[in-house]
Design a protein around this ligand. Sequence first.
Ligand code: IGP
Length: 263
Amino acid sequence: MSVLDEIVAGVRADLAVRQAEVSEAALRQRLADVSPALDPMPAFRAPGLSVIAEVKRRSPSKGDLAEIPDPAALAGAYAAGGAAAISVLTEQRRFSGSLADLEAVRAAVPTPLLRKDFMVTEYQVLEARAAGADLVLLIVAALDDATLRGLHDLARGLGMTVLVEVHDEPETERALAAGAQLVGVNARNLKTLEVHPEVFGQLVKVLPDDVVKVAESGISGVDDAARYAAEGADVVLVGEALVKDGDPTAAVAAMRSSGGGVR
Ligand SMILES: O=P(O)(O)OC[C@@H](O)[C@@H](O)c1c[nH]c2ccccc12
């Protein structure tokens, strides 16, 4: 079993517990009370480099990163630095996140929010929207084509934006075939946890001009952000470097301006 398979098995077990507590019908009812999803795409498409700043306590590859007792305060700091969107890890077992973190952040900031998790069922997409998320992540390596397309269409139907994550060329072709408009190239291979920073530069050549391109993982500071911007990234998604920085507001602002042209 790959690391990704093990993570998804844990996610499915946790999901079964939540599904036993809240029915899908009840979740769908909650959707009526949620404000419409915010659209991050105009900011992502504007000139310059956008930052998706991530709330991330730990990871399977790096272990504990930061305690983050108050995710809403961290998100407020990211927003003050001009983050175009905020990613909240909600996976519990490996990343110590939760939907409660997402809800707390939603209550605190008006910035578009990404639910970062291992989404394998419609229920999780509905949960994301009900908790106030505007975007969801779909990891191509974790999904068959029919499920990828089904979850993509469901999220779009709910007014959400989908970040479709890839790590190689076949996955990129599958993402585009599913209709992806926002593609994230994860430098980390989720099956082995190895980081390959050169993958973005390879895959950017396969991505059409009108697709918004996100560079994900292992971005340690302004130099990495600037390098990805020069390679064609519209957006960088950054976790570890920001949660460990004593001044996350300044760190986000510096990454934005590293891409040439503040937006
Ligand atoms: O902390 P980093 O190296 O800046 O990485 C952030 C983000 O790219 C990473 O958290 C991530 C990218 N894709 C994922 C999928 C699942 C969980 C986590 C991720």
